[in-house]
Design a protein around this ligand. Structure first.
Ligand SMILES: NC(=O)C1=CN([C@@H]2O[C@H](COP(=O)(O)OP(=O)(O)OC[C@H]3O[C@@H](n4cnc5c(N)ncnc54)[C@H](OP(=O)(O)O)[C@@H]3O)[C@@H](O)[C@H]2O)C=CC1
Ligand SMILES: O=C1O[C@H](COP(=O)(O)O)[C@@H](O)[C@H](O)[C@H]1O
Length: 700
C-alpha cells in the first residue's frame, strides 16, 4: 500500500514537474523503491496518454490534454526540459536512478527533423496523436524512381519522413504496449487496494478490540460516553419467538442479576404478535431461573411493541419509546435479531433509517444460519451492510460462547505438553461430534428448509474445528484470533461425495406439519474434512452431527497415533477429549498397569471434570455473548470472511445433494445413527476403545 501511495505521489509530482509550470524536479526529495519507481512510471505514462481514451483531441473538457500537459513546442523541448537532479549514490538513489532509466526512454520520441537516433522528450499528447495518425497512413514511396538512394533534397526529405514514420510507428507500438501493461497493472492495483482496504478495516477493529475491556470502544459513529455510564437500549426483534424466550431474555436477565448490565437500561421486545407489556413480561419471565429477587426490577424496564418488520413507521414508534426512556441522555443501542434470516435485511434497513442512536454506538446481533450457501450468505452480508458496518455487526454462533469451547485455546496454547504433538506426526484423527436425543421440537418448518448440515455442521462444528486446528494467533485480540481461524478454514478442502453420509430418523416426516411429506432433508450427517496445510496433511477431521440419536452430547476427540513397541498389542490409542456438554470436562485417556499383581494394561484417564473440580456457576453461552456485544468485543463472533470460508467447504456438496435429490439413509430414532457413518469413520482409521467408557467414577 505504501509503495502504491508513494508511486502515485511520485508520479504526480514528477508529472507536474515535467508538465506544469515547475520545470525542475528534484528526485533527491523522493524515497522510491524499485517497484514503486516502475509503478510511478506507468502511472505517469497513463496520465500522458489517457486523454486519448476519452477525448482524442483533448478538446473542451475539464482535465483536457492542455490542462494536464503543458503546450511545449518540439523546438522548445530542450529549453523546457525539466532539470533532473540525481540524488547521491546510495541504495535509495539506485532505485531513483532505476526510476529515471525506466521513465526517460518511455517518455521520449523522435523529432520530425532530426535523425531517428536523436530522441527528445515526448512532451504532449499531440505527439501521441500524430504518431497514431501516421500509423494509419501508408508511407509515400519516392515518386518515379526505383533507386533506394535519395538524390534530390525532396527525396531525402521523403526518406527522412519514412524513417521518421517508421520510428514513430515503433514508438506507437511502445505506447500501445505500455497502455496494455498499464491496464493490467491498474487491474492488479485495484485488487490490491481492495485487499488493503479490508486489512485496514481489520487493523482498525484490532485496535478497538485491544481496548475493548474498557467497554468504551465505540463504533465509527459513536460519540457519547462509555457503556457503563450511557443508557443501554436493547431492541429484541422477534420477541415472541422461541429463541428470544428460551435464550435472549433469560440471558439479559442473568446479566442484570450478575450486575453486568449498565445502570440505566431499557429493553423493548418487538414482533408482529399483539401483546401487552404485562403479557410480554409474564411470557419472558417463565424461563427466569435465578436471581428471583431481582426479577421485578428487571421486568419493570421491559416493554413490548407490536409492528411490522419492514416498516419504518413501526421502528420509529420503537425509537420513540426508547427516547422517552433514555430521557435525553447519551445512549447506546443494540438490536438483537431473533427472527428468521429471510427478514434480516429489511429489519436492518428500517432500524438503521429511523431507530439508531445519534449520540452513542449502535450494534446489531444476528443469529445463524447466515444464508444457505456461499452466494446467499454473501448476499445476506451485503444486505446487512447497507444498514450496519462489519464492526457494528455481531454474528452469533453460540457454540463459541460455551465454556469448553473457550477452553480449547487455553488448553492448547497455555500448556507446553500439547504443541509439540499437535500435528500429523502424532495425531491420527480428530472427531467433532454433536448429538441430540430430541427431534425438531416445534421448529420443523425451519429445520426442513435447512437440514442438519446447514443447521449445525457448517457453523458450530466448523467453528470448533477452526479452534482445534488453527495456528497460534499473534495475540488474543479478536482480529488476530479470527485471522488464524480464517486461514485454517480456508485450507479445508470442500467435502467430496465419497466422504459424507446423510441420514434421516424414522418419524421425521410425521413429526411436524410444516415438514414436507416427501422431505429428503437430512437430520444426520457425518463428513470427513481434509485440511491442506503442513500441520494437518493426511489427518482426517470427522464432523458428525444428528438429531433423534441415543444421547445429547457435544465433544471433540483427538485420537493419537498408536504407540509402537513392547506394549503395542496390548495398549489402545491415547485420546484427549473435550467434553463440551453435558458435564463439561477435559480428559486424557491413558494406558496404565492395572494395580496389584496383575500385569494387565487397562485404559484409564487423567480427568478434569468441571463439576468435580470447580464450584462455579457456568454462564450460558448467550450470557457471555450478549455481554461481549455490550463491551464491544468481537472475539467470539463470526467475521464475514470466516463465514465465507466455512461455506466454501460445504456449498458444493450441499448443491450436489440438492440437485441429485439424494435420499438420506433411515435410522431408528434413539439409535447411534446409520451404520454407514461408522463404516466411513473406520475407513479413515478411527479406532474405538474396546471396553473403556468415560463416566461417573466407580471403582474398577
Ligand atoms: N430457537 C433456537 O433454539 C435457535 C434459533 N436460532 C436462530 O434464531 C433465530 C430465531 O429463531 P426462533 O426464535 O427459533 O424463530 P421463530 O420461528 O420462533 O421466529 C421468531 C419470531 O419471528 C417471527 N417470524 C417467524 N417466522 C416469520 C416469517 N416467516 N416472517 C416474519 N416473521 C416471522 C415470529 O414473530 P411474530 O409472528 O410475532 O412476528 C416469531 O415469533 C433464527 O435465525 C434461528 O435460526 C439459532 C439457534 C437456536
Ligand atoms: O443452533 C442450534 O443449536 C441447538 C443446540 O444447541 P445446544 O446449545 O443445546 O447444544 C440445536 O438444537 C438447533 O437445532 C440448532 O439450530
Amino acid at each position: 500500500m505504501l509503495g502504491q501511495r508513494s508511486s502515485r505521489v511520485t508520479s504526480d509530482i514528477l508529472a507536474s514537474a515535467l508538465l506544469g509550470p515547475t520545470d525542475a524536479i528534484d528526485l533527491r526529495t523522493f524515497s522510491l523503491t524499485r517497484k514503486s519507481a516502475k509503478s510511478a512510471t506507468l502511472q505517469l505514462i497513463i496520465r500522458l496518454v489517457s486523454p486519448l481514451d476519452q477525448n482524442p483531441r483533448g478538446e473542451g473538457t475539464e482535465g483536457s490534454t492542455d490542462r494536464v500537459l503543458p503546450l511545449c513546442r518540439n523546438s522548445e523541448a530542450s529549453e523546457a526540459s525539466p532539470t533532473v537532479h540525481f540524488p547521491p549514490d546510495n541504495e535509495t538513489s539506485a532505485c531513483q536512478r532505476d526510476f529515471m532509466s525506466l521513465s526517460l526512454p518511455l517518455i521520449t520520441s523522435t523529432t520530425g527533423t532530426k535523425k531517428s537516433t536523436q530522441r527528445r522528450p515526448l512532451r504532449k499528447s499531440a505527439d501521441v496523436y500524430t504518431l497514431m495518425e501516421d500509423l494509419q497512413k501508408p508511407p509515400k514511396p519516392p515518386s518515379g524512381r526505383s533507386s533506394e538512394i535519395p538524390v534530390t533534397s525532396e527525396e531525402r526529405n521523403i526518406q527522412g519522413h519514412i524513417q521518421t514514420t517508421s520510428n514513430k510507428r515503433e514508438d506507437t507500438r511502445d505506447v500501445f504496449k505500455i497502455m496494455a501493461d498499464l491496464k493490467e497493472e491498474n487491474a492488479r492495483l485495484k485488487k490490491e487496494l481492495e485487499k488493503y482496504k479490508k486489512q485496514v478495516e481489520r487493523l482498525q477493529n484490532k485496535g478497538k478490540s485491544l481496548t475493548s475491556s474498557s467497554a468504551s470502544n465505540g463504533d465509527k459513529e459513536k460519540s457519547s460516553g462509555d457503556s457503563e455510564n450511557a443508557h443501554l437500549s436493547v431492541v429484541v426483534v422477534g420477541a415472541s419467538g422461541d429463541l428470544a424466550k428460551k435464550k435472549t431474555f433469560p440471558s439479559l436477565f442473568n446479566l442484570f442479576g450478575l450486575g453486568l448490565l449498565p445502570k440505566d437500561f431499557t429493553i423493548v421486545g418487538f414482533a408482529r404478535s399483539k401483546m401487552s407489556d404485562e403479557e410480554f413480561r409474564k411470557n419472558i419471565s417463565k424461563n427466569f431461573k435465578e436471581f428471583k429477587d431481582k426479577q421485578e426490577e428487571f421486568l419493570s424496564r421491559c416493554f413490548y411493541h407490536s409492528g411490522q418488520y419492514d416498516s419504518e413507521q413501526s421502528f420509529s414508534e420503537v425509537a420513540k419509546i426508547l427516547k422517552e426512556k433514555e430521557g435525553g441522555n447519551s445512549a447506546n443501542r443494540m438490536f438483537y435479531l431473533a427472527i428468521p434470516p429471510s427478514i434480516f435485511a429489511e429489519v436492518a434497513t428500517a432500524a438503521k433509517s429511523v431507530a439508531v442512536s445519534e449520540n452513542g454506538w449502535n450494534r446489531i446481533i444476528v443469529e445463524k444460519p447466515f444464508g444457505k450457501d456461499t452466494e446467499s450468505s454473501a448476499q445476506l452480508s451485503r444486505d446487512l451492510a447497507t444498514g450496519f458496518s462489519e464492526e457494528q455487526t455481531y454474528r452469533i454462533d453460540h457454540y463459541l460462547g460455551k465454556e469448553m469451547v473457550q477452553n480449547l485455546l487455553v488448553i492448547r496454547f497455555a500448556n507446553s505438553l500439547w504443541e509439540p504433538v499437535w500435528n500429523r506426526h502424532y495425531i491420527a484423527n480428530i472427531t467433532i461430534t454433536f448429538k441430540e436425543d430430541i427431534g425438531t421440537e416445534g421448529r420443523g418448518g425451519y429445520f426442513d428448509e435447512y437440514g442438519i448440515i446447514r443447521d449445525v455442521m457448517q457453523n458450530h462444528l466448523t467453528q470448533m474445528l477452526a479452534l482445534v486446528a488453527m495456528e497460534t494467533p499473534n495475540s488474543l485480540s479478536a482480529e488476530d484470533v479470527r485471522d488464524e481461524k480464517v486461514k485454517v478454514v480456508s485450507a479445508c478442502r470442500p467435502i467430496s461425495p465419497e466422504d459424507i453420509v446423510v441420514g434421516q430418523y424414522d418419524g421425521y416426516l410425521d413429526e411436524d406439519e410444516k415438514v414436507a411429506k416427501d422431505s429428503i432433508t437430512p437430520t444426520f450427517a457425518t463428513a470427513v474434512v481434509h485440511i491442506d496445510n503442513p500441520r494437518w496433511a493426511g489427518v482426517p477431521f470427522v464432523l458428525k452431527c444428528g438429531k433423534g440419536l441415543n444421547e445429547r452430547k457435544a465433544e471433540i476427540r483427538v485420537q493419537f497415533k498408536s504407540n509402537p513397541g513392547i506394549y503395542a498389542e496390548d495398549s489402545e490409542r491415547n485420546e484427549l477429549v473435550f467434553r463440551v456438554q453435558p458435564n463439561e470436562a477435559v480428559y486424557y485417556k491413558v494406558n496404565t498397569k492395572r494395580p496389584g499383581l496383575s500385569e494387565e494394561i487397562a485404559m484409564s484417564e487423567l480427568d478434569l471434570t468441571y463439576k468435580e473440580r470447580y464450584e462455579v456457576r457456568l454462564p450460558d453461552a448467550y450470557e457471555r455473548l450478549i455481554y461481549d456485544v455490550v463491551r464491544g468485543d468481537h472475539n467470539l463472533f463470526v467475521r464475514e470472511d470466516e463465514l465465507d470460508a466455512a461455506w466454501k467447504i460445504f456449498t458444493p456438496i450441499l448443491h450436489k445433494l440438492d440437485a441429485e435429490k439424494v435420499k438420506p439413509i433411515s435410522y431408528k430414532f434413539g439409535s447411534r445413527g446409520p451404520e454407514e457413518s461408522d463404516k466411513l469413520i473406520h475407513r479413515y482409521g478411527f479406532q474405538r476403545s474396546k471396553s473403556y467408557q468415560w463416566g461417573p467414577k466407580s471403582k474398577i
